[in-house]
Design a protein around this ligand. Structure first.
Ligand code: NAI
Ligand code: MG
Length: 495
């Protein structure tokens, strides 16, 4: 097992402002090993003072940063991608310890983050405004950065989240203040050590701390011109209100309760079972994209469920750094208790527990919340099928009437993603059309190809990340019209 000092962690991480870690007088909070509960480092508990200093540093760096060419900004993003690539093994171990996810997944997170920095390096150069000739002159519509962006991210996939926010914002010429999640700040603080060697001071600032303190101070700061948030729909609403108060744009990526639909014409049941399992268990179920409502057609239901339950029973639950682990611990006791509460709710609502449902004790990791992959036969109106649980808990619904199934698939407040499995192209396309979701994956769940717009319908969010369009979210349009000589005004000023 990796000891934490092999990971070159600092004892204490201050606020990262102007490329320096600044101590925050007396106020720290612990970063804990999700499996053992041990404290592995201390983090500055930033408040109004640090947020203000970070916003000022970002504001000071903004004019020179936006004045750089897109090529120069791209070059620095590519350098960052390269150093993360060289450091992936260490950063992934840090995440596995901090949030409890298995190393295979946290390694993928960093690869995914690297591809984000590269994607937005390229996108920055190819992000164009438009122009046209007008009588006696030209109209130029150019895209300009907002200035200082306030970015707030959650704990489930910290490397991906940091990249999702930092890469497009700075590619577009903004400077940023990022608040990582209090449960998962370590790999982002380590990322700062790389940032300090690559970016000019003040372009990227990171302020660890709690939501109601650091997060709220950031959203309320008058120097922040654009807000971007990923997390729960409840907090998304609060951020949105803070943006409305100051009339700054807000982009939100929020929760999900995504349907995963199995048609009776699938050729390979086992492959679809694997997708259904993956959709439930990736991130130990702590993914906004998780496919937690599985609609299985009546004609294949019994066979499918038998294989699904058998598959779930075989899942090895163990420590995050063990190579044979398939599912590891949830991020915190709080999240673990929340998931166990939902399992109780499912049972009391009359859902039929097919497999799982219990917390598992893992030797040496007794503090961790390891929860068995859990499958319920449920109905779509139950709370376990309506509310985001954020744990490995799947609700399965049997369907036979297509229109009713579609109505139920859409019958939640969320609309982030959806999966479907069929060998009929026309059925696939027509069903994709009818699903209210920002991403629809046909015949493979979590198919996040670089550049595919990623965002939510309904209460799952506002805006699209991960794609060219994202740069529009981090810029506003300015129209400049040029006349080649001074023209008569449109009205006669003199009688
Ligand atoms: P959360 O929404 O409270 O936390 C996300 C981020 O927002 C964190 O950085 C937090 O510090 C910050 N935050 C919290 N309150 C804030 C405020 N008043 N002002 C500014 N920033 C604030 O999520 P939490 O409580 O950790 O998880 C609860 C549930 O939310 C989960 O069980 C899950 O259902 C959902 N969630 C969804 C995520 C997604 O990716 N869509 C990610 C994390 C949680
Ligand atoms: Mg932690």
């Amino acid at each position: 097992m990796t000891s934490t000092n092999e990971l070159s962690l600092s004892e204490t991480y201050g606020a990262f402002i102007d490329n320096e870690f600044r101590p925050v007088a007396g106020q720290t909070f612990p970063a804990k090993h999700a499996g053992t509960g041990e404290t592995v480092a201390q983090l500055a508990r930033c408040g109004r003072t640090e947020i203000d200093a970070a916003v000022q540093a970002a504001a000071k760096a903004a004019p020179a940063w936006r004045a750089r060419s897109a090529e120069e900004r791209a070059e620095l993003l590519l350098k960052l991608a390269a150093v993360i690539e060289a450091d992936t093994d260490r950063l992934a171990r840090i995440d596995s310890i901090d949030i409890g996810r298995r190393l295979f997944e946290t390694t993928l997170d960093h690869r995914f983050a690297i591809s984000q920095y590269r994607y937005f390096a390229a996108a920055a150069i190819t992000h164009e405004g438009f122009g046209r000739a007008i009588p006696n002159g030209y109209l130029v519509a150019k895209r300009e950065p907002y200035g200082v962006c306030g970015l707030i991210i959650p704990w489930n996939v910290p490397a991906i989240m940091a990249a999702f926010k930092i890469a497009p914002a700075v590619a577009a010429g903004n400077t940023v203040v990022l608040k990582p999640d209090e449960n998962a700040s370590l790999s982002t603080m380590e990322l700062c050590k790389h940032i300090a060697r690559i970016f000019p001071p003040g372009v990227i600032n990171v302020v660890p701390g709690f939501g109601e303190e650091a997060g709220a101070a950031l959203t309320a700061h008058p120097g922040v011109a654009k807000l971007a948030f990923t997390g729960s729909s409840e907090v998304g609403r609060i951020i949105s209100q803070a943006g409305a108060e100051r009339l700054v744009p807000v982009s939100l990526e929020l929760g999900g309760k995504s349907p995963n639909i199995v048609f009776p014409d699938i050729e390979d049941i086992d492959a679809v079972v694997d997708n259904a399992m993956f959709a439930t268990m990736y991130c130990n179920g702590q993914s906004c994209l998780a496919g937690t409502r599985l609609f299985v057609h009546d004609a294949i239901y019994d066979d499918f469920m038998e294989r699904l339950v058998a598959g779930m029973r075989r899942v090895k639950v163990g420590p995050a750094l063990a190579t044979d682990t398939i599912m590891s611990s949830l991020v915190s006791a709080e999240q673990g208790e929340r998931v166990l509460k939902y399992i109780d709710i499912g049972i009391s609502e009359g859902a039929r527990l097919m497999v799982g449902g219990k917390r598992v004790s893992v030797e040496g990791n007794e503090a961790g919340y390891f929860i068995e992959p859990t499958v319920f036969e449920a109905t779509n109106s139950m709370r376990i099928a309506q509310e985001e649980i954020f744990g490995p808990v799947l609700s399965v619904m049997r369907w036979s009437d297509y229109d009713q199934m579609i109505a139920e698939a859409n019958g939640v407040r969320y609309g982030l993603a959806a999966g479907l499995y069929t060998s009929n192209l026309r059925n696939a396309w027509e069903t994709a059309d009818r699903l209210q979701a920002g991403s629809v994956w046909i015949n493979q769940y979590f198919n996040l190809a670089s550049g595919s717009p990623f965002g939510g319908f309904k209460e799952s969010g506002i805006g699209s990340e991960y794609c060219h369009e994202t740069l529009n979210m981090y810029t506003h349009l300015k129209a400049i019209t040029v006349q080649t000589k001074v023209m008569e005004p449109w009205f006669a000023p003199k009688p």
